[in-house]
Design a protein around this ligand. Structure first.
Ligand code: GDP
Ligand code: IMO
Ligand code: MG
Length: 425
């Protein structure tokens, strides 16, 4: 049985955690393929709210093997804290989670640099999560990164750390006027994590392929979203990895012919945390209400998310770069209270109408959305259990989004809980 990829279709926080948890019911393995603890994926089961940062969202099912693949960057302290937290909740993550030895480590200087770089950028800052993600991926690309497997060979670990710290300390002291970081302290801390991590570290690529050969069902769980992709997002206001479907292949180590479903997760409106262009952003009272009703505050940083109307131009672009076979529409219930809703169907920039995303960044910054206004449904949807029971204007809204996006909306989510999901076909 081939694998499914779950990808955020917007700027992150679309509800990937909820969707992955729901679909993991029928899954044997859930693989995180990129990003790190910049992600915050929420799962709600009954009264329990679980916020995951590095652990794949299949963790709640004892039959699921949660895998952290090579494309992820791991802050080992954060990982162990998350594992401990899950164990306290009665789960057995240490026995089940599998970690790639090829995954890169987030080091203390990565976190420090993330902060310093943002501060130096001043008003031009990206609004990163300050978890050291960008600097860790930068070291990986510069081929001076340390990997999980290095933790198990003290000699190699120290040698690599010494080489990179030589240069990094120059940057910290000479460019930023900060104290140099102590090799010994870092080595002691990190090598100290090895013993607890060791039983979980394995060849996750082999594990994944053996599972697929056994006809297992696999979900590749993306973090962030299409518009935050390093190559295909709103650069430079992006993250430093590839959340798009292609990133699942490189991050997990498998070929495109193994994928049979690419599921795009999209909110019924749009949110974004951090800086960067956002053509349908709302600055009025409607936006405030969506933020409040939707509880639009970051899962990782607690920051208030920017909100805006559904953007079909972004959705069409996400469809192109990911090749969604299905869409999973979330947070429809947040729109219950509105008399009318807007959907951006095109942009106007530079005297032209753009049906597709304009290729140049500056056009995006100045794009004026062309909206269609539709009737709201003004009735609660959270307790509805059958798609056909949704109010007619809600179904019309979903039909409009589907027609604009170009992929079938297979699931509609009307609340954070598992049961609050309507399967359409
Ligand atoms: P992720 O990063 O894509 O996993 O998304 P987050 O967990 O950061 O943010 C999504 C938030 O919306 C979480 O608090 C979810 O519990 C919540 N959520 C998911 N789906 C729905 C829905 O259909 N309705 C409502 N009201 N909340 C939802
Ligand atoms: P999940 O997986 C929303 C944003 C940050 C910032 C930019 C770069 O929960 O959807 P980084 O720390 O990655 O270098 O920050 O990316 N960002 C997210 N926004 N959801 C996320 O993850 C995000 N991860 C990073 O706010 O704008
Ligand atoms: Mg999130």
């Amino acid at each position: 049985m081939p694998a499914s990829i779950i990808v955020g279709a917007q700027w992150g926080d679309e509800g990937k955690g909820k969707a992955t948890d729901l679909l993991a019911d029928r899954t044997d393995m859930v693989v995180r393929y990129q990003g790190g603890n910049n992600a915050g994926h929420t799962i709600v089961v009954g009264d329990e709210v679980l916020k995951l940062h590095l652990i794949p969202s299949g963790i709640l099912y004892s039959h699921v093997v949660p895998v952290i693949a090579a494309g992820v960057v791991i802050d080992p302290k954060v990982l162990l804290e998350e594992l401990d937290g899950l164990e306290e909740k009665g789960l057995d993550p240490f026995a089940r989670v599998r970690i790639s030895g090829d995954a890169h480590l987030i080091m203390p200087y990565h976190r420090e640099l993330d902060l310093l770089i943002e501060r130096r950028l001043g008003k031009q800052n990206l609004g990163t999560t300050r978890r050291g993600i960008g600097p860790a991926y930068a070291d990986k690309a510069s081929r001076v990164g340390l990997r999980v497997q290095d933790l198990f060979d003290e000699g190699i670990f120290r040698k690599k750390l010494e080489a990179v710290l030589d240069h990094t300390n120059l940057v910290l002291t000479r460019v930023y006027g900060r104290p140099a970081m102590d090799l010994e302290a870092i080595a002691t801390e990190y090598l100290g994590y090895a013993e607890r991590l060791s039983p979980m570290v394995t060849d996750t690529t082999a594990l994944l392929h053996e599972a697929l050969e056994r006809d297992a069902n696999v979900i590749l769980e993306g973090a962030q979203g299409t518009m935050l992709d390093l190559d295909h997002g709103t650069y430079p206001f992006v993250t430093s990895s590839n959340p798009v479907a292609g990133g699942a292949l490189t991050g997990a180590g498998l070929g495109p012919n193994r994928i049979d479903r690419v599921i795009g997760i999209t909110k019924a409106y749009v949110t974004r945390v951090g800086t960067g262009p956002f053509p349908t952003e709302l600055f009025d009272e409607v936006g405030e209400r969506i933020t409040d009703i939707g509880g639009e505050y970051g899962t990782t940083t607690g920051r208030r998310r920017r909100v805006g109307w559904f953007d079909a131009v972004v959705a069409r672009y996400a469809q192109r770069v990911n090749g969604f076979t299905d869409l999973f529409l979330t947070k429809l219930d947040v729109l219950d209270a509105f008399d009318e809703l807007k959907v951006a169907v095109a942009y106007h920039a530079d005297g032209e109408r753009h049906h597709h995303l304009p290729p140049h960044q500056s056009l995006l910054h100045h794009a004026e959305p062309e909206y269609v206004t539709v009737e709201g449904w003004g009735a609660p949807t959270s307790d509805i259990t059958r798609y056909g029971d949704l109010p007619r204007p809600a179904r019309d809204y979903i039909d409009l989004l589907e027609q604009q996006c170009g992929a079938p909306i297979t699931w509609v989510s009307v609340g954070p809980g598992r049961a609050q999901t309507l399967e359409r076909r």
